[in-house]
Design a protein around this ligand. Structure first.
Ligand SMILES: Nc1ncnc2c1ncn2[C@@H]1O[C@H](COP(=O)(O)OP(=O)(O)OP(=O)(O)O)[C@@H](O)[C@H]1O
Ligand SMILES: [Mg+2]
Length: 398
Protein backbone atom coordinates (compact mmCIF):
# COMPACT_ATOMS: atom_id res chain seq x y z
CA UNK A 1 0.00 0.00 0.00
CA UNK A 2 1.26 3.50 -0.82
CA UNK A 3 1.95 5.92 1.94
CA UNK A 4 -0.71 8.58 2.09
CA UNK A 5 0.29 12.20 1.61
CA UNK A 6 0.65 13.00 5.29
CA UNK A 7 1.48 16.68 4.85
CA UNK A 8 -1.58 17.54 2.83
CA UNK A 9 -3.88 15.46 5.03
CA UNK A 10 -2.57 17.26 8.12
CA UNK A 11 -2.90 20.61 6.40
CA UNK A 12 -6.49 19.90 5.43
CA UNK A 13 -7.31 18.78 8.97
CA UNK A 14 -5.75 21.94 10.36
CA UNK A 15 -7.79 24.13 8.03
CA UNK A 16 -10.98 22.33 9.00
CA UNK A 17 -10.18 22.52 12.71
CA UNK A 18 -9.45 26.25 12.63
CA UNK A 19 -12.74 26.71 10.80
CA UNK A 20 -14.52 24.96 13.66
CA UNK A 21 -12.77 27.25 16.17
CA UNK A 22 -13.93 30.31 14.24
CA UNK A 23 -17.50 28.96 14.18
CA UNK A 24 -17.48 28.10 17.89
CA UNK A 25 -16.39 31.61 18.58
CA UNK A 26 -19.08 33.09 16.36
CA UNK A 27 -21.65 31.00 18.22
CA UNK A 28 -20.60 32.54 21.49
CA UNK A 29 -19.51 29.29 23.15
CA UNK A 30 -16.33 31.02 24.09
CA UNK A 31 -16.28 34.47 25.57
CA UNK A 32 -14.70 36.30 22.72
CA UNK A 33 -15.90 37.93 19.54
CA UNK A 34 -14.37 38.56 16.15
CA UNK A 35 -12.08 41.36 17.29
CA UNK A 36 -10.57 39.32 20.11
CA UNK A 37 -10.29 40.30 23.71
CA UNK A 38 -11.52 43.85 23.28
CA UNK A 39 -15.12 42.76 23.58
CA UNK A 40 -14.69 41.26 27.03
CA UNK A 41 -15.83 43.02 30.10
CA UNK A 42 -13.66 44.11 32.96
CA UNK A 43 -14.98 43.02 36.39
CA UNK A 44 -17.19 45.27 38.51
CA UNK A 45 -16.97 45.55 42.27
CA UNK A 46 -19.55 46.63 44.87
CA UNK A 47 -18.65 49.54 47.15
CA UNK A 48 -17.85 47.29 50.12
CA UNK A 49 -15.21 45.43 48.09
CA UNK A 50 -13.95 48.69 46.53
CA UNK A 51 -13.41 50.14 50.00
CA UNK A 52 -11.27 47.14 50.89
CA UNK A 53 -9.36 47.26 47.59
CA UNK A 54 -8.73 51.00 47.75
CA UNK A 55 -7.89 51.06 51.46
CA UNK A 56 -10.49 53.71 52.37
CA UNK A 57 -13.94 53.43 53.96
CA UNK A 58 -17.12 53.47 51.90
CA UNK A 59 -17.99 56.78 53.59
CA UNK A 60 -14.69 58.36 52.53
CA UNK A 61 -15.34 57.24 48.95
CA UNK A 62 -18.89 58.65 48.93
CA UNK A 63 -17.64 61.95 50.35
CA UNK A 64 -14.98 62.18 47.66
CA UNK A 65 -17.72 61.58 45.09
CA UNK A 66 -19.86 64.31 46.62
CA UNK A 67 -17.14 66.93 46.78
CA UNK A 68 -16.03 66.19 43.22
CA UNK A 69 -12.66 64.60 43.89
CA UNK A 70 -14.04 61.42 42.33
CA UNK A 71 -16.48 61.11 39.42
CA UNK A 72 -19.93 59.96 40.42
CA UNK A 73 -20.52 56.38 39.28
CA UNK A 74 -23.51 55.68 37.09
CA UNK A 75 -26.62 54.28 38.77
CA UNK A 76 -29.38 52.01 37.61
CA UNK A 77 -32.86 53.45 37.10
CA UNK A 78 -33.75 52.37 40.62
CA UNK A 79 -30.86 54.46 41.94
CA UNK A 80 -28.46 51.62 42.76
CA UNK A 81 -24.82 51.99 41.87
CA UNK A 82 -23.95 49.50 39.12
CA UNK A 83 -20.60 48.80 40.67
CA UNK A 84 -17.13 50.09 39.97
CA UNK A 85 -14.85 48.91 37.18
CA UNK A 86 -11.22 48.11 37.84
CA UNK A 87 -10.26 51.31 35.99
CA UNK A 88 -12.49 53.30 38.39
CA UNK A 89 -10.97 51.52 41.38
CA UNK A 90 -7.50 52.42 40.10
CA UNK A 91 -8.52 56.04 39.54
CA UNK A 92 -9.65 56.11 43.20
CA UNK A 93 -6.33 54.69 44.30
CA UNK A 94 -4.63 57.60 42.50
CA UNK A 95 -6.85 60.16 44.22
CA UNK A 96 -6.34 58.63 47.67
CA UNK A 97 -2.66 57.90 47.10
CA UNK A 98 -3.10 54.20 47.80
CA UNK A 99 -1.63 52.65 44.67
CA UNK A 100 0.65 49.84 45.85
CA UNK A 101 3.25 50.37 43.11
CA UNK A 102 6.87 49.59 43.81
CA UNK A 103 9.32 52.46 44.22
CA UNK A 104 11.43 53.06 41.17
CA UNK A 105 14.43 51.78 43.13
CA UNK A 106 12.65 48.52 44.08
CA UNK A 107 13.43 45.60 41.80
CA UNK A 108 10.65 44.64 39.42
CA UNK A 109 9.41 41.11 40.14
CA UNK A 110 9.92 38.84 37.14
CA UNK A 111 8.31 35.54 38.04
CA UNK A 112 8.77 32.37 35.98
CA UNK A 113 5.93 29.92 36.59
CA UNK A 114 8.03 26.98 35.58
CA UNK A 115 8.04 23.21 35.63
CA UNK A 116 9.16 21.24 32.59
CA UNK A 117 6.27 18.83 33.09
CA UNK A 118 3.17 19.51 30.99
CA UNK A 119 -0.29 20.15 32.35
CA UNK A 120 0.72 20.95 35.94
CA UNK A 121 -1.20 24.24 35.94
CA UNK A 122 1.47 26.73 34.85
CA UNK A 123 -0.83 28.73 32.59
CA UNK A 124 -3.74 28.55 35.04
CA UNK A 125 -1.54 29.84 37.86
CA UNK A 126 0.01 32.53 35.62
CA UNK A 127 -3.29 34.00 34.45
CA UNK A 128 -4.99 33.93 37.87
CA UNK A 129 -1.94 35.43 39.56
CA UNK A 130 -1.70 38.17 36.93
CA UNK A 131 -5.38 39.09 37.30
CA UNK A 132 -5.28 38.92 41.08
CA UNK A 133 -2.29 41.27 41.24
CA UNK A 134 -3.89 43.74 38.87
CA UNK A 135 -7.06 43.76 40.97
CA UNK A 136 -4.79 44.60 43.92
CA UNK A 137 -3.56 47.60 41.94
CA UNK A 138 -0.17 46.48 40.65
CA UNK A 139 0.90 47.04 37.05
CA UNK A 140 1.29 43.56 35.63
CA UNK A 141 2.56 42.21 32.33
CA UNK A 142 1.81 38.59 31.51
CA UNK A 143 4.24 37.19 28.95
CA UNK A 144 3.10 34.11 27.10
CA UNK A 145 6.32 32.32 26.17
CA UNK A 146 4.60 29.12 25.07
CA UNK A 147 3.72 28.51 21.43
CA UNK A 148 0.56 26.69 22.62
CA UNK A 149 -0.67 30.13 23.67
CA UNK A 150 -2.75 28.97 26.67
CA UNK A 151 -2.45 32.26 28.58
CA UNK A 152 -3.19 34.16 25.38
CA UNK A 153 -6.29 32.01 24.93
CA UNK A 154 -7.44 32.51 28.52
CA UNK A 155 -7.29 36.25 27.93
CA UNK A 156 -9.69 35.82 25.05
CA UNK A 157 -7.61 35.46 21.90
CA UNK A 158 -7.48 32.52 19.53
CA UNK A 159 -3.71 32.48 18.90
CA UNK A 160 -3.97 31.13 15.35
CA UNK A 161 -6.62 33.63 14.32
CA UNK A 162 -5.94 36.79 16.26
CA UNK A 163 -2.20 36.86 16.83
CA UNK A 164 0.44 37.45 14.18
CA UNK A 165 4.08 36.52 14.49
CA UNK A 166 4.95 40.21 14.80
CA UNK A 167 2.76 40.47 17.90
CA UNK A 168 4.86 37.95 19.84
CA UNK A 169 8.31 37.74 21.42
CA UNK A 170 9.68 36.13 18.29
CA UNK A 171 10.85 39.21 16.30
CA UNK A 172 12.67 40.63 19.33
CA UNK A 173 14.38 37.37 20.24
CA UNK A 174 15.68 36.67 16.75
CA UNK A 175 16.64 40.21 15.75
CA UNK A 176 19.46 41.42 17.98
CA UNK A 177 19.24 44.88 16.38
CA UNK A 178 15.91 45.55 18.11
CA UNK A 179 16.26 47.45 21.35
CA UNK A 180 12.73 47.53 22.75
CA UNK A 181 10.07 44.90 23.34
CA UNK A 182 7.39 47.57 23.73
CA UNK A 183 5.86 46.74 20.30
CA UNK A 184 4.57 43.41 21.69
CA UNK A 185 2.95 44.70 24.88
CA UNK A 186 -0.80 45.09 24.46
CA UNK A 187 -3.45 46.38 26.79
CA UNK A 188 -6.11 43.91 27.83
CA UNK A 189 -9.74 44.36 28.82
CA UNK A 190 -8.45 44.15 32.40
CA UNK A 191 -7.16 47.48 33.73
CA UNK A 192 -3.58 47.19 34.96
CA UNK A 193 -2.92 43.96 33.06
CA UNK A 194 -0.91 43.92 29.84
CA UNK A 195 -0.15 40.90 27.68
CA UNK A 196 2.59 39.79 25.34
CA UNK A 197 0.74 37.09 23.41
CA UNK A 198 2.05 33.92 21.81
CA UNK A 199 1.13 31.76 18.87
CA UNK A 200 2.53 28.75 17.11
CA UNK A 201 5.23 30.76 15.37
CA UNK A 202 7.04 31.00 18.67
CA UNK A 203 7.83 27.36 18.21
CA UNK A 204 10.22 28.35 15.42
CA UNK A 205 12.15 30.34 17.97
CA UNK A 206 13.11 27.07 19.67
CA UNK A 207 14.77 25.69 16.52
CA UNK A 208 16.22 28.92 15.31
CA UNK A 209 17.69 29.84 18.67
CA UNK A 210 19.11 26.35 19.21
CA UNK A 211 20.81 26.39 15.80
CA UNK A 212 22.24 29.88 16.26
CA UNK A 213 23.37 29.17 19.81
CA UNK A 214 25.13 26.03 18.57
CA UNK A 215 26.97 28.28 16.13
CA UNK A 216 28.24 30.20 19.17
CA UNK A 217 25.67 33.01 19.31
CA UNK A 218 25.41 32.44 23.10
CA UNK A 219 24.07 35.88 23.94
CA UNK A 220 20.78 34.98 22.28
CA UNK A 221 19.83 33.27 25.55
CA UNK A 222 19.89 36.71 27.05
CA UNK A 223 17.48 38.28 24.55
CA UNK A 224 14.33 37.73 26.61
CA UNK A 225 16.06 39.23 29.66
CA UNK A 226 17.10 42.24 27.56
CA UNK A 227 13.59 42.61 26.19
CA UNK A 228 12.05 42.58 29.66
CA UNK A 229 14.59 45.13 30.88
CA UNK A 230 13.48 47.41 28.03
CA UNK A 231 9.87 47.46 29.32
CA UNK A 232 10.44 46.93 33.07
CA UNK A 233 9.97 50.53 34.19
CA UNK A 234 6.26 50.38 33.31
CA UNK A 235 5.48 47.42 35.55
CA UNK A 236 5.61 46.13 39.11
CA UNK A 237 5.40 42.48 38.15
CA UNK A 238 6.11 40.49 34.99
CA UNK A 239 4.82 36.91 34.88
CA UNK A 240 6.38 34.43 32.47
CA UNK A 241 4.38 31.42 31.29
CA UNK A 242 6.90 29.12 29.59
CA UNK A 243 6.47 25.98 27.49
CA UNK A 244 6.55 22.57 29.23
CA UNK A 245 10.01 21.52 28.09
CA UNK A 246 13.61 22.32 28.67
CA UNK A 247 14.56 24.14 25.50
CA UNK A 248 16.09 27.44 24.49
CA UNK A 249 12.93 29.40 25.32
CA UNK A 250 12.72 27.86 28.80
CA UNK A 251 16.40 28.57 29.39
CA UNK A 252 15.82 32.17 28.30
CA UNK A 253 12.91 32.35 30.75
CA UNK A 254 15.10 31.08 33.61
CA UNK A 255 17.77 33.59 32.74
CA UNK A 256 15.26 36.47 32.57
CA UNK A 257 13.43 35.64 35.82
CA UNK A 258 14.32 36.81 39.30
CA UNK A 259 11.76 34.60 41.05
CA UNK A 260 10.60 31.08 40.44
CA UNK A 261 7.21 29.56 41.16
CA UNK A 262 7.01 25.80 40.56
CA UNK A 263 3.52 24.32 40.30
CA UNK A 264 3.43 20.65 41.30
CA UNK A 265 0.29 18.53 41.54
CA UNK A 266 0.65 16.14 44.50
CA UNK A 267 0.60 12.97 42.42
CA UNK A 268 3.38 10.42 42.17
CA UNK A 269 3.93 11.07 38.46
CA UNK A 270 4.09 14.84 38.82
CA UNK A 271 6.22 14.71 41.93
CA UNK A 272 8.66 12.35 40.20
CA UNK A 273 8.96 14.62 37.20
CA UNK A 274 9.50 17.58 39.51
CA UNK A 275 12.58 15.87 40.84
CA UNK A 276 13.82 15.62 37.23
CA UNK A 277 12.92 19.28 36.85
CA UNK A 278 15.21 20.09 39.77
CA UNK A 279 18.00 18.03 38.23
CA UNK A 280 17.56 19.78 34.88
CA UNK A 281 17.33 23.14 36.57
CA UNK A 282 20.60 22.46 38.32
CA UNK A 283 22.19 21.57 35.01
CA UNK A 284 20.69 24.63 33.30
CA UNK A 285 22.11 26.91 35.97
CA UNK A 286 25.53 25.44 35.16
CA UNK A 287 25.03 25.81 31.40
CA UNK A 288 23.99 29.44 31.73
CA UNK A 289 26.74 30.28 34.17
CA UNK A 290 29.36 28.84 31.84
CA UNK A 291 28.08 31.23 29.21
CA UNK A 292 28.34 34.19 31.51
CA UNK A 293 24.55 34.34 32.01
CA UNK A 294 23.88 33.49 35.65
CA UNK A 295 20.41 32.85 37.06
CA UNK A 296 19.71 35.24 39.91
CA UNK A 297 16.63 34.36 41.95
CA UNK A 298 15.30 36.38 44.87
CA UNK A 299 12.92 33.63 45.85
CA UNK A 300 11.73 30.22 44.75
CA UNK A 301 8.53 28.52 45.91
CA UNK A 302 6.78 25.25 45.15
CA UNK A 303 3.02 25.43 44.86
CA UNK A 304 0.82 22.34 45.14
CA UNK A 305 -1.70 22.57 42.29
CA UNK A 306 -4.73 20.55 41.22
CA UNK A 307 -4.72 19.06 44.71
CA UNK A 308 -7.53 16.80 45.81
CA UNK A 309 -7.22 16.32 49.55
CA UNK A 310 -10.08 13.80 49.51
CA UNK A 311 -7.56 11.36 48.07
CA UNK A 312 -5.42 9.81 50.77
CA UNK A 313 -2.46 9.33 48.42
CA UNK A 314 -2.50 13.04 47.59
CA UNK A 315 -2.74 14.00 51.27
CA UNK A 316 0.25 11.82 51.96
CA UNK A 317 2.27 13.28 49.10
CA UNK A 318 1.38 16.82 50.16
CA UNK A 319 2.84 16.01 53.56
CA UNK A 320 5.96 14.54 51.95
CA UNK A 321 6.33 17.71 49.84
CA UNK A 322 5.88 19.91 52.91
CA UNK A 323 8.55 18.00 54.83
CA UNK A 324 10.89 18.01 51.89
CA UNK A 325 10.53 21.57 50.62
CA UNK A 326 9.86 23.16 54.02
CA UNK A 327 9.93 26.96 53.77
CA UNK A 328 10.27 26.70 50.00
CA UNK A 329 6.70 25.46 49.69
CA UNK A 330 3.74 27.82 49.85
CA UNK A 331 1.48 27.07 52.80
CA UNK A 332 -1.63 27.49 50.70
CA UNK A 333 -2.65 24.97 48.06
CA UNK A 334 -4.45 25.38 44.74
CA UNK A 335 -7.13 22.72 44.88
CA UNK A 336 -8.59 20.91 41.94
CA UNK A 337 -11.81 22.66 41.04
CA UNK A 338 -14.46 22.08 38.42
CA UNK A 339 -14.85 25.86 38.33
CA UNK A 340 -11.28 26.31 37.01
CA UNK A 341 -11.80 23.66 34.35
CA UNK A 342 -15.13 25.14 33.31
CA UNK A 343 -13.78 28.67 33.18
CA UNK A 344 -10.86 27.65 31.00
CA UNK A 345 -13.20 25.78 28.68
CA UNK A 346 -14.81 29.19 28.11
CA UNK A 347 -11.39 30.77 27.49
CA UNK A 348 -11.66 32.62 30.78
CA UNK A 349 -10.28 32.73 34.27
CA UNK A 350 -12.43 32.14 37.35
CA UNK A 351 -12.00 35.82 38.27
CA UNK A 352 -13.80 36.70 35.05
CA UNK A 353 -16.85 34.52 35.43
CA UNK A 354 -19.87 36.70 35.98
CA UNK A 355 -21.72 33.82 37.54
CA UNK A 356 -20.71 30.40 38.81
CA UNK A 357 -20.58 27.64 36.19
CA UNK A 358 -21.20 24.93 38.78
CA UNK A 359 -22.69 26.12 42.05
CA UNK A 360 -22.26 29.33 44.03
CA UNK A 361 -20.64 27.32 46.79
CA UNK A 362 -18.03 25.68 44.52
CA UNK A 363 -17.32 29.02 42.87
CA UNK A 364 -16.91 30.81 46.20
CA UNK A 365 -14.63 28.09 47.55
CA UNK A 366 -12.51 28.28 44.42
CA UNK A 367 -12.19 32.08 44.66
CA UNK A 368 -11.23 31.72 48.32
CA UNK A 369 -8.29 29.43 47.70
CA UNK A 370 -7.20 31.26 44.54
CA UNK A 371 -7.05 34.46 46.60
CA UNK A 372 -5.21 32.73 49.43
CA UNK A 373 -2.52 31.34 47.11
CA UNK A 374 -2.15 34.63 45.25
CA UNK A 375 -2.00 36.64 48.49
CA UNK A 376 0.86 34.46 49.68
CA UNK A 377 2.73 35.11 46.43
CA UNK A 378 1.95 38.83 46.69
CA UNK A 379 3.62 38.77 50.10
CA UNK A 380 6.76 37.16 48.60
CA UNK A 381 6.89 39.93 46.02
CA UNK A 382 6.39 42.74 48.56
CA UNK A 383 9.17 41.37 50.75
CA UNK A 384 11.63 42.13 47.95
CA UNK A 385 10.62 45.82 48.02
CA UNK A 386 12.19 47.52 51.06
CA UNK A 387 9.43 50.14 51.50
CA UNK A 388 6.73 47.48 51.38
CA UNK A 389 8.65 45.15 53.71
CA UNK A 390 8.99 47.98 56.25
CA UNK A 391 5.24 48.65 56.03
CA UNK A 392 4.46 44.96 56.54
CA UNK A 393 6.68 44.98 59.60
CA UNK A 394 5.06 48.17 60.93
CA UNK A 395 1.61 46.62 60.46
CA UNK A 396 2.79 43.59 62.45
CA UNK A 397 2.22 41.29 59.47
CA UNK A 398 5.83 40.09 59.53
N1 LIG B 1 -6.69 23.69 40.09
C1 LIG B 1 -7.24 23.19 38.97
N2 LIG B 1 -8.47 22.61 39.02
C2 LIG B 1 -9.03 22.10 37.90
N3 LIG B 1 -8.46 22.11 36.70
C3 LIG B 1 -7.25 22.66 36.59
C4 LIG B 1 -6.57 23.22 37.71
N4 LIG B 1 -5.38 23.70 37.29
C5 LIG B 1 -5.32 23.45 35.98
N5 LIG B 1 -6.44 22.82 35.55
C6 LIG B 1 -6.74 22.36 34.19
O1 LIG B 1 -5.70 21.51 33.75
C7 LIG B 1 -5.37 21.74 32.40
C8 LIG B 1 -3.89 22.07 32.29
O2 LIG B 1 -3.66 23.28 33.01
P1 LIG B 1 -2.65 24.37 32.47
O3 LIG B 1 -2.87 24.61 31.02
O4 LIG B 1 -2.70 25.51 33.37
O5 LIG B 1 -1.29 23.58 32.66
P2 LIG B 1 0.14 23.92 32.06
O6 LIG B 1 1.15 23.42 33.01
O7 LIG B 1 0.20 25.33 31.64
O8 LIG B 1 0.12 23.00 30.74
P3 LIG B 1 1.23 23.02 29.56
O9 LIG B 1 2.37 22.28 30.11
O10 LIG B 1 0.55 22.33 28.43
O11 LIG B 1 1.57 24.45 29.29
C9 LIG B 1 -6.29 22.85 31.93
O12 LIG B 1 -7.38 22.30 31.27
C10 LIG B 1 -6.74 23.52 33.21
O13 LIG B 1 -8.03 24.07 33.09
MG1 LIG C 1 0.75 26.21 29.80
Amino acid sequence: MDNFDTASVVEALYNRAIDVVAKLRARGDVAVEADGAATRRSPRFPISRVAELVGRTGTAIREAEKDGRLPVVPRTQSGRRIGYTLAEVNAMRSVFGTRPWRDSTDPIAIIAVQNFKGGVGKSTVSVHLAQYLSIRGYRVCLVDCDSQGSSTTMLGYVPDLDIREDDTLYPFIRNTEMSSLAYAVRETHWDGLWLIPANLRLYSAEYELAARIARSDQRLLNRLAEGLTSIAEHFDVIILDPPPALGTVSLSVMRAANALLVPVPPTVVDFTSTTSFLAMLHESIGVLEERGLPINLRWMRFLATRADEQKSMQRELLQVMRNLFGESMLRTVLRDSAEIDNASARMMSVYELEQPVTSRETYQRCITYLNAVNAEIEMQIRLTWPGHAARLRAEGIL
